[in-house]
Write a protein that binds this ligand. Structure first.
Ligand SMILES: [Zn+2]
Length: 330
């Protein structure tokens, strides 16, 4: 029997300050969190896992795609959590159905080797399961890039992207959201059923704007987050990139202090050497070596600063270099 994907939609209950879900073990979400989790998902690690699929060169057809997406959904749910995981799996399934409708061809879509980009000018043919995974995850990455730009604009107080998203009848028709009313906790509440990620994105963006949800970039990892309870917090509750067993909130301040101490140390060293060499050159205009040493120092440190800023070299390396220069006889 043909499976109707509408039977597999994600049901979301809209409460005053957040969302509940109808499936077991699903946590409640504050408005906006679902979308930010989507923005913060690292699709390249999911693709790396998908590469381990034992039958990745099996022919792309509906049966094989169904089996493969069933295999991948456990990985997605373990990485993204049950709620966002379900949305992503839905999208995968609708990709599979769409592929089938289009006769195994994703028209006008092509994927680069990283799987992170869709090139609309060079169409490709999906021939095996690996292509299918690559396509689905590239599509999600493309969506993620759009949404991240929208969120950046929203943080800066610009909501003009809403026009782009909603002010056309075609985009209006793109929304696939089923609406019903249920009685939960002695209240009548709206319940929405989603069958794709794009509709969820639109729904979240509207609710974020409607409820004026505060969104920030974490001062440590730069990912988006909703500051709960304390709106003045600058660090998120996600695992930190420096030590995934600790959250940015737990170690952000320490790392910022260490970084500041290093920066201050580099600045102080840089200045003291600068002053010393400048003084030597000024007091001894008859000795060209002093002027040359000062000019050399200015050129070299300019390059160092540019490299540290660009991430080519570290502040710690700069400090080591400055210490050596300080010991040199001018
Ligand atoms: Zn963070």
């Amino acid at each position: 029997m043909e499976q109707d994907i509408h039977d597999l939609g994600v049901e979301l209950i809209l409460f005053e300050d957040g969302y509940g879900f109808t499936f077991e073990d699903a946590p409640c979400y504050p408005v906006g969190q679902l979308l930010l989790d989507f923005c913060n998902t690292d699709f390249s690690t999911i693709f790396a896992e998908a590469e381990k699929y034992p039958d990745s060169h099996a022919e792309f057809n509906k049966n094989n795609a169904d089996y493969a997406q069933f295999w991948l959904q456990n990985i997605i749910v373990s990485k993204c959590g049950i709620v966002l995981g379900r949305f992503l799996v839905l999208e995968l399934m609708s990709s599979a159905y769409q592929c089938q409708l289009d006769g195994n061809t994703m028209i006008n879509l092509s994927i680069d080797s990283e799987g992170s980009h869709i090139d609309e000018k060079n169409p490709i043919q999906i021939t095996d399961i690996r292509d299918f995974f690559l396509y689905s995850l590239a599509f999600l990455t493309m969506l993620q890039n759009y949404v991240s730009d929208y969120i950046e604009s929203y943080i800066e107080g610009d909501s003009s992207f809403i026009k782009e998203m909603f002010f056309s009848t075609r985009k209006f028709r793109d929304q696939d959201i089923h609406y019903a009313i249920v009685y939960v906790k002695e209240k009548l509440v709206p319940i929405y059923t989603f069958v794709d990620v794009v509709s969820m994105i639109r729904f979240e963006l509207c609710n974020i704007m409607e409820k004026k949800v505060i969104i920030k970039n974490c001062a440590n990892c730069d990912r988006f987050f909703v500051p709960l309870n304390r709106s003045d917090t600058i660090y998120c509750d996600n695992p930190s990139p420096q030590d995934p067993t600790k959250t940015c909130k737990a170690i952000g301040a320490t790392i910022a202090r260490q970084t500041k101490e290093r920066t201050d140390m580099a600045t102080n060293l840089y200045r003291s050497i600068y002053m010393y060499r400048q003084m030597k050159a000024k007091r001894n205009p008859d000795i060209p070596a002093y002027k040359e040493a000062f000019e050399w120092y200015k050129t070299e440190t300019k390059q160092w600063k540019a490299d540290v800023k660009a991430g080519k070299r570290t502040e710690a390396e700069f400090i080591e270099w400055l210490k050596k220069v300080k010991e040199q006889k001018v």
